[in-house]
Design a protein around this ligand. Structure first.
Ligand SMILES: NC(=O)c1ccc[n+]([C@@H]2O[C@H](COP(=O)([O-])OP(=O)(O)OC[C@H]3O[C@@H](n4cnc5c(N)ncnc54)[C@H](OP(=O)(O)O)[C@@H]3O)[C@@H](O)[C@H]2O)c1
Length: 264
């Protein structure tokens, strides 16, 4: 399951997972974009299984509906949930547009926490059920259910959620929060076989810059100074790498920068 799949990194992650044979549920608010994506996935990968669960993923009702869609379509709980939807905001505590603060915190932090909690609850129930039926629903031959089939919650943090950046410190603070949620949940669920990961991209060219309100001239200067910037597919490959590790291996934190990005 991938949130924020109508554009940028989320779209690329959905394509990447489908190319690896995963059944995928895609979420975002723009349904028509998701319909276009399902067409593109099916055209690229014959027999691909992809479902749309549109809506605001900071709402608990949408989260429940996404997870229900996965269970209905694939016959079991989602075992790979990518908490990707989010938005940027140009500026610092002093300079950013205060009218955007609440929506950003609601989407990036509270929405992420709600989804992480719901996904974690369902994964735990899934693992318990597999244990109860002797590992059959886990697909394992005598292995514990968590070892037979990995369960992943993969969050999108940011390099500015690790290093404070004055040009986006208000946004960065939400990503510091996401890193905290992910590490906290990793400690809580790792012992029960669920891997909670944070992927920390540097500059990725997507709709992010426009939504965040970056000055295009400033961004062009950054591109000239440190480009080429990352593309969404560069992050999608990192997600594919994490998710394809054997269940006893957890690559829990991946920072991906454009090679020439010196700071932050
Ligand atoms: N681009 C970068 O440089 C960069 C760097 C570090 C981290 N990140 C993080 O990577 C993630 C993806 O960013 P991106 O670069 O791909 O940005 P993007 O191109 O703007 O895509 C953002 C996606 O999130 C969706 N979205 C936003 N709010 C939503 C909501 N309330 N409910 C459901 N979907 C929502 C948008 O779809 P709809 O508008 O259709 O809902 C869109 O699909 C974000 O968490 C971002 O913070 C990006």
């Amino acid at each position: 399951m991938v949130t924020g799949a109508s554009a940028g990194i989320g779209r690329a992650i959905a394509m990447e997972l489908a190319s690896r044979g995963a059944g995928v549920v895609v979420n975002a608010r723009r349904r028509e974009r998701l319909e276009e994506l399902t067409g593109a996935i099916r055209a690229a990968h014959e027999g691909a299984r992809v479902e749309v669960a549109a809506g605001d993923c900071a709402e608990q009702a949408t989260i429940d509906s996404m997870l229900d869609t996965a269970r209905r379509a694939f016959g079991r709980e989602a075992d790979l949930v990518v908490v990707n939807a989010g938005r940027g905001l140009s500026g610092s505590v002093m300079t950013s547009d205060t009218s955007q603060w609440e929506e950003m915190v609601r989407t990036n932090l509270l929405g992420a926490a709600r989804l992480m909690r719901s996904a974690g609850e369902r994964m735990l129930a899934d693992l318990e059920a597999a244990k109860a039926d002797g590992g059959k629903s886990g697909g394992g031959k005598g292995k514990p259910a968590w070892l037979a089939r990995p369960h992943d919650i993969i969050t999108l943090g940011s390099v500015v959620g690790r290093h404070v950046s004055p040009f986006s410190s208000m946004y960065g603070s939400t990503k510091f929060g996401v890193h905290g949620l992910a590490e906290g949940q990793r400690r809580e669920l790792g012992g029960r076989g669920i891997r909670v990961t944070v992927i920390e991209p540097g500059f990725v060219v997507s709709e992010f810059q426009q939504v965040a309100g970056y000055d295009p001239a400033w961004f062009e200067e950054r591109v000239a100074a440190i480009g080429p910037m990352l593309e969404p597919g560069d992050i999608a490959r990192a997600v594919g790498f994490v998710a394809s590790q054997p269940a006893h291996v957890h690559v829990s934190d991946v920072l991906v920068r454009p090679t020439r990005q010196e700071y932050p």
